[in-house]
Design a protein around this ligand. Sequence first.
Ligand SMILES: [Zn+2]
Length: 100
Amino acid sequence: MAKFTCYVCNKPVVTGQKFTFTKSGAVHYHCFISEKSKNVDEQNSGKLSVLSQLLDSELQHLLNILNIKDAPEELKELINRKYKDIEKAVVETTNAINSL
Ligand SMILES: [Zn+2]
């Protein structure tokens, strides 16, 4: 995996961690949410709470798929497609959080 640095904490983002990408670059899940919660107004904080739970579970889902070892060759395409589907969900949720 390419090397990325989190734009909030300036530490490396490594495989096995929960992270996402925004226009600013790679960011850890917890850094993203804590940074956002500082800037979100009262009326959106409930939405941030729900969206951050969604993003957390989507990122966990991605990690779980990455952890599948020794998948039979004939399942690799299916697994890859599932991974891409969840990646799309992560992008969608990240954008929703960003727009709060
Ligand atoms: Zn970070």
